[in-house]
Write a protein that binds this ligand. Structure first.
Ligand code: MG
Length: 225
């Protein structure tokens, strides 16, 4: 059996700024500071890491645990409102066909490995009609480090196998060098796709096992799984 873990932003879909708008609004609602996330690198990083930078850059200090909780609560509310009020989500070419094909393979279990906190990830997937493909995952709410959340996704995936059986292989699918580095550190093979922030040549520098410009040629993508 193989465990295939998909990143969300830049890999499955783009929320076209909805998440950025939502976290900016959330920070403003609580701290009265606008555009707090602007200029902070977000692609491939986890929500807790990004929000940590928002506190140090805008407030000159680290956050307390309860502040993180409060900010994420506000963020999820704002994200839900933003996604409901717009058609801002775009699913990348080939993704629906790819997920549909992989989900019926009896040698594959599908999961998520994303830096999004789980409620945010679930909102994005729900608005794309893709939640049902992913019964479990590792999320930014599980670990601020990508390698850590990938390892948690692998652990959770174990319960989809008979006791004592382990996956022969874990495959991470992602759009940034963080996915490549974190996936490799967690022992996975990495399928990189240049539909997100990193270009083909940026991704190639990190030597993923497979690299695609996008997943529009589903037949050739399926060959690597
Ligand atoms: Mg991504």
């Amino acid at each position: 059996m193989k465990l295939v873990l998909f990143d969300i932003d830049g890999t499955i879909l783009t929320s076209d700024g909805a998440a950025i708008r939502a976290v900016n609004r959330a920070f403003f609602n609580i701290y009265g500071i606008e555009h707090a996330v602007d200029g902070i690198e977000a692609a491939g990083r986890t929500d807790p890491a990004i929000v940590g930078d928002m506190f140090t850059r805008n407030l000159g200090r680290e956050h307390e645990a309860h502040e993180l909780e409060r900010l994420f609560e506000e963020y999820v509310k704002e994200l839900e409102a933003d996604l409901s009020g717009s058609d801002g989500l775009m699913i990348f070419p080939g993704i629906p066909e790819l997920l549909s094909e992989l989900s019926v393979r009896d040698d594959i279990v599908l999961g998520i490995a994303t830096g999004n906190i789980e409620p945010g990830a679930r909102l994005k997937l729900a608005h794309s009609g893709l939640n049902s493909y992913f019964p479990f995952g590792g999320f930014g709410s599980d670990s601020p480090r990508r390698e850590g959340l990938i390892r948690i996704a692998i652990e959770r995936g174990q319960s989809y196998l008979p006791p004592g059986v382990e996956y022969e292989e874990v495959i991470v699918v992602g759009d940034t060098h963080h996915d490549i580095i974190g996936g490799r550190a967690a022992g996975a093979r990495v399928v990189a796709v240049a539909t997100g922030t990193n270009s083909m040549s940026e991704l190639r520098e990190h030597d993923p096992e497979h690299l695609f410009a996008d997943f529009s040629n589903v037949r050739s993508v399926l060959e690597v799984f």
